[in-house]
Write a protein that binds this ligand. Structure first.
Ligand code: ATP
Length: 324
Protein backbone atom coordinates (compact mmCIF):
# COMPACT_ATOMS: atom_id res chain seq x y z
CA UNK A 1 0.00 0.00 0.00
CA UNK A 2 3.00 2.30 0.51
CA UNK A 3 3.57 4.76 -2.30
CA UNK A 4 6.76 4.23 -4.29
CA UNK A 5 7.02 7.95 -4.79
CA UNK A 6 6.86 9.64 -1.41
CA UNK A 7 4.99 12.81 -0.71
CA UNK A 8 7.40 15.64 -0.03
CA UNK A 9 8.29 16.11 3.61
CA UNK A 10 6.07 18.39 5.62
CA UNK A 11 7.40 21.86 6.35
CA UNK A 12 10.32 21.54 8.79
CA UNK A 13 10.04 22.63 12.39
CA UNK A 14 11.83 25.92 11.93
CA UNK A 15 11.25 26.79 15.57
CA UNK A 16 10.23 24.39 18.25
CA UNK A 17 9.70 26.03 21.62
CA UNK A 18 7.48 23.14 22.68
CA UNK A 19 10.57 20.93 22.90
CA UNK A 20 9.50 18.31 20.40
CA UNK A 21 5.83 18.29 21.34
CA UNK A 22 3.23 18.22 18.58
CA UNK A 23 0.43 19.32 20.91
CA UNK A 24 0.62 21.08 24.26
CA UNK A 25 -2.45 22.16 26.21
CA UNK A 26 -2.47 23.94 29.55
CA UNK A 27 -5.65 24.11 31.55
CA UNK A 28 -7.72 23.76 28.39
CA UNK A 29 -11.38 24.03 29.37
CA UNK A 30 -14.76 24.12 27.65
CA UNK A 31 -17.87 25.03 29.55
CA UNK A 32 -20.96 25.05 27.35
CA UNK A 33 -23.67 27.68 27.77
CA UNK A 34 -25.94 25.45 29.80
CA UNK A 35 -23.13 25.11 32.35
CA UNK A 36 -21.94 21.67 31.21
CA UNK A 37 -18.16 21.38 31.58
CA UNK A 38 -17.19 19.12 28.66
CA UNK A 39 -13.41 19.52 29.10
CA UNK A 40 -12.01 20.44 32.46
CA UNK A 41 -8.47 21.87 32.81
CA UNK A 42 -6.73 19.62 30.31
CA UNK A 43 -2.91 19.48 30.60
CA UNK A 44 -1.77 17.36 27.70
CA UNK A 45 1.57 16.90 25.94
CA UNK A 46 1.67 14.87 22.74
CA UNK A 47 5.26 14.03 21.74
CA UNK A 48 6.24 14.63 18.13
CA UNK A 49 6.44 11.36 16.21
CA UNK A 50 3.98 9.53 18.46
CA UNK A 51 0.72 7.83 17.60
CA UNK A 52 -1.28 9.24 20.46
CA UNK A 53 -4.51 7.50 21.39
CA UNK A 54 -7.01 9.87 22.97
CA UNK A 55 -9.10 7.37 24.80
CA UNK A 56 -12.33 7.71 26.72
CA UNK A 57 -15.91 6.48 26.88
CA UNK A 58 -18.59 8.29 24.88
CA UNK A 59 -19.24 11.74 26.26
CA UNK A 60 -15.90 12.05 28.07
CA UNK A 61 -14.88 15.17 26.10
CA UNK A 62 -12.72 13.86 23.25
CA UNK A 63 -14.51 15.54 20.34
CA UNK A 64 -14.81 18.85 22.18
CA UNK A 65 -11.06 18.76 22.87
CA UNK A 66 -10.27 18.03 19.22
CA UNK A 67 -12.55 20.83 18.09
CA UNK A 68 -10.76 23.24 20.43
CA UNK A 69 -7.34 22.05 19.23
CA UNK A 70 -8.31 22.80 15.64
CA UNK A 71 -9.91 26.15 16.41
CA UNK A 72 -13.40 24.90 15.52
CA UNK A 73 -14.77 25.82 18.92
CA UNK A 74 -13.44 28.47 21.32
CA UNK A 75 -12.12 27.30 24.70
CA UNK A 76 -13.54 28.99 27.78
CA UNK A 77 -10.21 28.61 29.56
CA UNK A 78 -6.58 27.61 29.12
CA UNK A 79 -4.17 27.68 26.20
CA UNK A 80 -2.84 25.33 23.58
CA UNK A 81 -0.18 25.14 20.89
CA UNK A 82 0.24 22.85 17.93
CA UNK A 83 3.75 22.10 16.61
CA UNK A 84 5.15 24.71 18.99
CA UNK A 85 3.28 27.47 17.17
CA UNK A 86 0.15 29.50 17.71
CA UNK A 87 -2.80 27.94 15.97
CA UNK A 88 -2.99 30.11 12.85
CA UNK A 89 0.66 29.44 11.98
CA UNK A 90 0.50 25.75 12.76
CA UNK A 91 -2.68 24.89 10.85
CA UNK A 92 -1.13 24.60 7.35
CA UNK A 93 0.91 21.66 8.66
CA UNK A 94 -2.07 20.03 10.40
CA UNK A 95 -4.46 17.66 8.65
CA UNK A 96 -7.69 16.60 10.32
CA UNK A 97 -10.66 14.31 9.83
CA UNK A 98 -13.43 15.37 12.19
CA UNK A 99 -16.97 14.18 11.50
CA UNK A 100 -15.86 13.16 7.99
CA UNK A 101 -15.75 15.46 4.95
CA UNK A 102 -18.74 15.44 2.61
CA UNK A 103 -17.99 13.67 -0.66
CA UNK A 104 -20.15 13.60 -3.77
CA UNK A 105 -21.43 10.05 -4.25
CA UNK A 106 -21.58 10.32 -8.06
CA UNK A 107 -18.01 11.61 -8.43
CA UNK A 108 -14.92 9.42 -8.43
CA UNK A 109 -12.43 9.43 -5.56
CA UNK A 110 -9.97 11.50 -7.54
CA UNK A 111 -12.64 13.98 -8.75
CA UNK A 112 -13.74 14.45 -5.15
CA UNK A 113 -10.15 15.12 -4.06
CA UNK A 114 -9.66 17.58 -6.92
CA UNK A 115 -12.63 19.52 -5.55
CA UNK A 116 -11.05 19.58 -2.11
CA UNK A 117 -7.72 20.60 -3.52
CA UNK A 118 -9.28 23.47 -5.44
CA UNK A 119 -10.57 24.89 -2.15
CA UNK A 120 -7.00 25.41 -0.93
CA UNK A 121 -5.95 28.89 -2.03
CA UNK A 122 -2.30 28.19 -1.19
CA UNK A 123 -2.04 25.22 -3.59
CA UNK A 124 -1.15 25.81 -7.21
CA UNK A 125 -3.78 24.53 -9.66
CA UNK A 126 -1.09 23.27 -12.05
CA UNK A 127 0.06 20.60 -9.58
CA UNK A 128 -3.42 19.54 -8.48
CA UNK A 129 -3.49 16.23 -10.37
CA UNK A 130 -0.08 15.29 -9.00
CA UNK A 131 -1.08 16.15 -5.42
CA UNK A 132 -4.30 14.15 -5.73
CA UNK A 133 -2.49 11.19 -7.29
CA UNK A 134 0.04 11.18 -4.49
CA UNK A 135 -2.59 11.44 -1.74
CA UNK A 136 -4.55 8.55 -3.27
CA UNK A 137 -1.40 6.51 -3.52
CA UNK A 138 -0.50 7.22 0.07
CA UNK A 139 -3.80 5.77 1.32
CA UNK A 140 -3.72 2.85 -1.11
CA UNK A 141 -6.56 4.02 -3.37
CA UNK A 142 -4.71 4.53 -6.68
CA UNK A 143 -6.42 1.55 -8.27
CA UNK A 144 -9.84 2.87 -7.21
CA UNK A 145 -9.14 6.51 -8.16
CA UNK A 146 -11.65 6.48 -11.03
CA UNK A 147 -14.37 4.59 -9.18
CA UNK A 148 -17.44 6.50 -7.99
CA UNK A 149 -17.46 7.31 -4.30
CA UNK A 150 -20.78 5.54 -3.78
CA UNK A 151 -19.16 2.27 -4.87
CA UNK A 152 -16.41 2.62 -2.24
CA UNK A 153 -16.46 0.34 0.79
CA UNK A 154 -16.65 1.96 4.24
CA UNK A 155 -12.91 1.52 4.72
CA UNK A 156 -12.19 3.08 1.32
CA UNK A 157 -14.41 6.05 2.20
CA UNK A 158 -12.54 6.65 5.40
CA UNK A 159 -9.20 6.31 3.59
CA UNK A 160 -10.38 8.89 1.06
CA UNK A 161 -11.20 11.24 3.95
CA UNK A 162 -7.66 10.75 5.24
CA UNK A 163 -6.29 11.37 1.73
CA UNK A 164 -8.19 14.67 1.67
CA UNK A 165 -6.44 15.63 4.91
CA UNK A 166 -3.07 14.71 3.39
CA UNK A 167 -3.33 16.65 0.13
CA UNK A 168 -0.63 18.96 1.40
CA UNK A 169 2.32 17.76 3.51
CA UNK A 170 1.43 17.54 7.18
CA UNK A 171 3.41 17.20 10.37
CA UNK A 172 0.35 16.42 12.49
CA UNK A 173 -2.75 14.44 11.58
CA UNK A 174 -5.79 14.58 13.88
CA UNK A 175 -8.42 11.87 13.49
CA UNK A 176 -11.66 11.78 15.47
CA UNK A 177 -12.82 8.17 15.92
CA UNK A 178 -11.62 7.10 12.44
CA UNK A 179 -12.88 3.53 12.75
CA UNK A 180 -16.33 4.41 14.08
CA UNK A 181 -19.00 2.59 12.10
CA UNK A 182 -16.51 0.63 10.00
CA UNK A 183 -16.77 -3.10 9.42
CA UNK A 184 -13.85 -5.29 10.59
CA UNK A 185 -12.12 -5.11 7.19
CA UNK A 186 -12.43 -1.30 7.04
CA UNK A 187 -11.18 -1.06 10.62
CA UNK A 188 -8.10 -3.11 9.75
CA UNK A 189 -7.42 -0.94 6.69
CA UNK A 190 -7.63 2.29 8.64
CA UNK A 191 -5.48 1.01 11.53
CA UNK A 192 -2.81 -0.14 9.07
CA UNK A 193 -2.93 3.22 7.32
CA UNK A 194 -2.51 5.13 10.59
CA UNK A 195 0.59 3.09 11.40
CA UNK A 196 1.95 3.67 7.92
CA UNK A 197 1.43 7.42 8.09
CA UNK A 198 3.13 7.52 11.48
CA UNK A 199 5.97 5.45 10.03
CA UNK A 200 6.66 8.31 7.65
CA UNK A 201 7.23 10.64 10.61
CA UNK A 202 3.82 12.33 10.91
CA UNK A 203 2.49 12.64 14.46
CA UNK A 204 -0.99 11.11 14.64
CA UNK A 205 -3.48 12.14 17.31
CA UNK A 206 -6.39 9.73 17.17
CA UNK A 207 -9.43 9.61 19.41
CA UNK A 208 -11.10 6.33 20.18
CA UNK A 209 -13.50 4.75 22.61
CA UNK A 210 -12.01 1.34 21.81
CA UNK A 211 -9.43 0.20 24.31
CA UNK A 212 -8.14 -2.64 22.16
CA UNK A 213 -7.71 -0.31 19.23
CA UNK A 214 -5.50 2.04 21.20
CA UNK A 215 -3.47 -0.92 22.50
CA UNK A 216 -2.86 -2.10 18.92
CA UNK A 217 -2.25 1.17 17.13
CA UNK A 218 -0.72 3.68 19.52
CA UNK A 219 2.62 4.39 21.15
CA UNK A 220 1.12 6.78 23.71
CA UNK A 221 -2.31 7.35 25.17
CA UNK A 222 -4.27 9.83 27.23
CA UNK A 223 -7.27 8.58 29.14
CA UNK A 224 -10.29 10.87 29.54
CA UNK A 225 -13.06 10.48 32.06
CA UNK A 226 -15.83 13.08 32.57
CA UNK A 227 -13.86 15.83 30.83
CA UNK A 228 -10.68 15.24 32.78
CA UNK A 229 -7.44 13.61 31.72
CA UNK A 230 -6.91 10.87 34.30
CA UNK A 231 -3.59 9.57 32.91
CA UNK A 232 -1.28 9.94 29.98
CA UNK A 233 2.05 8.56 28.87
CA UNK A 234 3.54 5.78 26.80
CA UNK A 235 1.54 2.57 26.82
CA UNK A 236 4.31 0.99 28.89
CA UNK A 237 4.07 3.78 31.45
CA UNK A 238 0.31 3.45 31.62
CA UNK A 239 0.57 -0.27 32.22
CA UNK A 240 3.38 0.11 34.73
CA UNK A 241 1.12 1.39 37.50
CA UNK A 242 -0.60 -1.97 37.73
CA UNK A 243 1.05 -5.27 38.33
CA UNK A 244 0.95 -8.07 35.81
CA UNK A 245 -0.93 -11.20 36.84
CA UNK A 246 0.46 -14.71 36.91
CA UNK A 247 -1.86 -17.48 35.69
CA UNK A 248 -1.16 -21.06 36.59
CA UNK A 249 -3.18 -23.84 35.02
CA UNK A 250 -3.25 -26.83 37.33
CA UNK A 251 -5.58 -29.47 38.81
CA UNK A 252 -3.93 -28.91 42.24
CA UNK A 253 -5.72 -25.64 42.95
CA UNK A 254 -5.51 -25.41 46.71
CA UNK A 255 -1.92 -26.62 46.86
CA UNK A 256 -0.79 -24.16 44.17
CA UNK A 257 -2.70 -21.29 45.76
CA UNK A 258 -1.07 -22.00 49.11
CA UNK A 259 2.42 -21.97 47.59
CA UNK A 260 1.81 -18.69 45.71
CA UNK A 261 0.59 -17.08 48.93
CA UNK A 262 3.56 -18.41 50.90
CA UNK A 263 5.93 -16.96 48.29
CA UNK A 264 4.32 -13.56 48.92
CA UNK A 265 2.24 -13.10 45.75
CA UNK A 266 -0.77 -10.88 46.45
CA UNK A 267 -4.44 -11.34 45.57
CA UNK A 268 -4.31 -15.11 44.99
CA UNK A 269 -7.52 -16.42 43.40
CA UNK A 270 -8.46 -19.95 42.41
CA UNK A 271 -11.25 -20.79 39.98
CA UNK A 272 -11.92 -23.59 37.54
CA UNK A 273 -8.53 -25.08 36.74
CA UNK A 274 -6.62 -21.88 37.22
CA UNK A 275 -4.92 -20.02 40.03
CA UNK A 276 -4.08 -16.36 39.42
CA UNK A 277 -2.17 -13.84 41.51
CA UNK A 278 -0.46 -10.48 41.22
CA UNK A 279 3.09 -11.20 40.12
CA UNK A 280 4.66 -8.10 41.68
CA UNK A 281 8.45 -8.29 41.67
CA UNK A 282 8.54 -12.11 41.51
CA UNK A 283 10.30 -13.88 38.64
CA UNK A 284 7.78 -16.20 36.94
CA UNK A 285 10.40 -18.89 36.24
CA UNK A 286 11.30 -19.05 39.95
CA UNK A 287 7.64 -19.29 40.94
CA UNK A 288 7.20 -22.09 38.41
CA UNK A 289 10.26 -23.94 39.73
CA UNK A 290 8.93 -23.72 43.29
CA UNK A 291 5.49 -25.01 42.29
CA UNK A 292 7.06 -27.97 40.50
CA UNK A 293 9.52 -28.64 43.36
CA UNK A 294 6.59 -28.91 45.75
CA UNK A 295 4.82 -31.40 43.50
CA UNK A 296 2.20 -29.20 41.78
CA UNK A 297 1.28 -30.42 38.30
CA UNK A 298 1.75 -27.22 36.29
CA UNK A 299 -0.05 -27.58 32.95
CA UNK A 300 0.41 -24.01 31.87
CA UNK A 301 1.86 -20.78 33.18
CA UNK A 302 1.46 -17.30 31.73
CA UNK A 303 2.00 -13.69 32.69
CA UNK A 304 -0.80 -11.34 31.61
CA UNK A 305 -0.06 -7.65 31.27
CA UNK A 306 -2.96 -5.61 32.66
CA UNK A 307 -5.21 -4.37 29.90
CA UNK A 308 -5.87 -0.67 29.38
CA UNK A 309 -9.37 -1.46 30.61
CA UNK A 310 -7.96 -2.57 33.96
CA UNK A 311 -5.80 0.57 34.01
CA UNK A 312 -8.91 2.69 33.36
CA UNK A 313 -10.98 0.92 36.00
CA UNK A 314 -8.12 1.22 38.47
CA UNK A 315 -7.81 4.98 37.84
CA UNK A 316 -11.48 5.92 37.78
CA UNK A 317 -13.19 3.20 39.77
CA UNK A 318 -15.66 2.97 36.88
CA UNK A 319 -16.20 0.40 34.17
CA UNK A 320 -15.40 1.26 30.60
CA UNK A 321 -18.99 0.86 29.44
CA UNK A 322 -18.39 0.32 25.75
CA UNK A 323 -17.09 -2.55 23.70
CA UNK A 324 -13.34 -2.75 23.89
N1 ATP B 1 -22.65 21.98 21.90
C1 ATP B 1 -22.80 21.42 23.10
N2 ATP B 1 -23.59 21.96 24.04
C2 ATP B 1 -23.72 21.40 25.26
N3 ATP B 1 -23.09 20.27 25.66
C3 ATP B 1 -22.30 19.67 24.76
C4 ATP B 1 -22.09 20.20 23.44
N4 ATP B 1 -21.22 19.38 22.78
C5 ATP B 1 -20.91 18.38 23.64
N5 ATP B 1 -21.54 18.55 24.82
C6 ATP B 1 -21.43 17.69 26.00
O1 ATP B 1 -20.10 17.65 26.41
C7 ATP B 1 -19.72 16.34 26.84
C8 ATP B 1 -18.53 15.85 26.06
O2 ATP B 1 -18.91 15.61 24.71
P1 ATP B 1 -17.90 15.16 23.58
O3 ATP B 1 -18.68 15.00 22.31
O4 ATP B 1 -16.72 16.04 23.57
O5 ATP B 1 -17.44 13.74 24.12
P2 ATP B 1 -16.76 12.55 23.35
O6 ATP B 1 -15.82 11.93 24.33
O7 ATP B 1 -16.21 12.99 22.06
O8 ATP B 1 -17.96 11.56 23.14
P3 ATP B 1 -18.60 11.01 21.78
O9 ATP B 1 -17.64 9.97 21.33
O10 ATP B 1 -19.91 10.47 22.24
O11 ATP B 1 -18.73 12.21 20.86
C9 ATP B 1 -20.95 15.47 26.68
O12 ATP B 1 -21.60 15.37 27.91
C10 ATP B 1 -21.80 16.23 25.68
O13 ATP B 1 -23.16 15.98 25.90
Amino acid sequence: MRAPERAPAAPPAAEDPAGGAAIVTRGLTKRFRGGQVAVDGLDLTVPAGSVFGFLGPNGSGKTTTIRMLLGLVAPTGGTHELLGLPLARALPAVGAVVEGPAFYPYLSGSANLLRFDAANPAASGRDAARRVGRALERVGLSAAAGKRYRAYSLGMRQRLAIAAALLTPRRLLVLDEPTNGLDPQGTREVRALVKEIAGDGTTVFVSSHLLAEVEQMCTHAGIMSHGRLVAHGTLTELHAGRSARLRVETPDLAHAAGILASLGLADVRAAGEEVTAELGEHAPDRVNAELVRQGVAVRGLAVARPSLEEVFVGLTGEGFDVDG
